[in-house]
Write a protein that binds this ligand. Structure first.
Ligand code: MLT
Length: 394
């Protein structure tokens, strides 16, 4: 007899972005003439940085020659990329890491989803609400108990420090979906809570490249004590247009220990060696090139382009009388629906009457109700056109 993981029956019928894609495709099938502008899923539209393209072409050529061909790489990732990450993303911020603490992967979605493999299903998990649905779904799949941490305008979408015990806490800043950022002081409160409760923070900083102020932490390890209580996830997807190429990394400090003294770093290494064969050599060469001076310049130009869209969306919607958050250090703009309209209702109205796709806030959790999320990852022309269309229906 086949026994399935019945925890899956507790999940919503479809993954949020699959549900939206299905609804948009159904609309498109009925209205093939509709010129739909997609500002829903946070998928990038700018081409890859030239430096990454050249490096990946070169890597393909290497693989075309028996003398330089690469097969299986290290499960951990290649040292050339690990060294570039440490030298660029951490050492300048005073964060010293060992190579063995950096795990290259195919992206933050897989790692934030898979990290539960090394954590007991008995852990009580705290998840901010609204939230990136992967954290919720993967903990439901594992059968863990979830306690939601409400995030709203009054706490700056950074959650109140819990008065109860939690074993694991997911934090994501700059935040998906609200676009909020966290101050060093507030992040230190979370770190102190975790140290006090002997809890683990799973810190998703996939959007750190969008931070434009030195006062805002890029890494949780800028906070004292964080190496004893936090794992950090990073991604090249939004930073460098790698949503299709796939490459990211996860930091698991050696100081991080489970209740019985087990090293989480050792467990994750063991897990990756058995279940993962590494991100491709070609993607890793592309990611390495992002850290060259020309790669950095190209990445910055792309981010500036998206942030110009963000400013346009933020300012236009505020001008139309809506309350907007985010979009200053983040590619996401979190918008109150007009007159408290139900977020799925507003989503449908925008799709049908303006042919603009956004993400209904309720899809990110009950505290997302009354909001929609709009991404700045579209083209400038589409962002402008979307604002014109939204203005007409408000
Ligand atoms: C989002 O739209 O929230 C993200 O693009 C989803 C992801 O990064 O997997």
């Amino acid at each position: 007899m086949i026994r399935t993981n019945t925890n899956y029956l507790q999940l919503s019928h479809r993954y949020l972005f699959a549900e939206i894609a299905q609804q948009v495709n159904a609309y498109k099938a009925e209205h093939p003439e509709a010129n739909i502008i997609r500002l829903g899923i946070g998928d990038v539209t700018c081409p890859l940085p030239d430096a990454a393209i050249k490096a990946m072409h070169h890597a393909v050529d290497e693989c075309a020659d028996g003398k330089t061909f690469r097969g299986y790489g290290p499960e951990h990732g290649y040292d050339f990329l690990i060294d570039a990450i440490m030298a660029h993303d951490f050492t300048p911020r005073g964060i010293q890491l060992d190579r063995e603490e950096v795990f290259i992967s195919d992206g933050a979605k897989s790692d934030t989803g898979n990290i539960g493999d090394i954590l007991s299903t008995d852990n009580i998990v705290g998840i901010t609400d609204p939230v990136y649905p992967v954290y919720v779904d993967t903990n439901i799949m594992a059968g863990r108990t979830i306690k939601y941490i409400p995030c709203h305008a009054d706490n700056g979408f950074t959650g109140d420090i819990p008065t109860e015990h939690l074993d694991i806490i997911y934090l994501c800043y700059p935040n998906n979906p609200t676009g909020a950022v966290i101050t060093k002081e507030k992040l230190a409160e979370w770190v102190n809570y975790a140290l006090r409760e002997k809890a683990l923070i799973l810190y998703d900083s996939a959007y750190e490249a969008f931070i434009s102020s030195d006062d805002i932490p890029h890494s949780i390890y800028e906070i004292e004590g964080a190496k004893e209580c936090a794992i950090e996830f990073r991604s090249f997807s939004k930073t460098a247009g790698f949503t299709g190429v796939r490459c990211g990394y996860t930091i698991i400090p050696k100081e991080l220990k489970g209740a019985d003294g087990t090293s989480l770093n050792a467990l994750w290494n063991r897990r990756q060696c058995s279940k993962f064969n590494g991100a491709s050599y070609i993607s890793q060469r592309g990611a390495e090139a992002i850290f060259t001076p020309e790669g950095q310049q190209q990445v910055r130009a792309t981010i500036q382009h998206y942030m110009k869209n963000a400013q346009l969306i933020r300012e236009s919607l505020a001008f139309f009388g809506l309350t907007v958050y985010g979009g200053e250090h983040s590619p996401y703009i979190w918008v109150s629906t007009p007159d408290g309209e139900d977020s799925w209702h507003f989503f449908h109205r925008l799709l049908h009457d303006a042919n603009v796709v956004v993400t209904p806030g309720e899809g990110f959790g009950t505290h997302g109700e009354g909001y929609v999320r709009i991404t700045a990852f579209g083209t400038w022309e589409n962002s402008l056109e979307a604002m014109e269309r939204i203005k007409k229906i408000l």
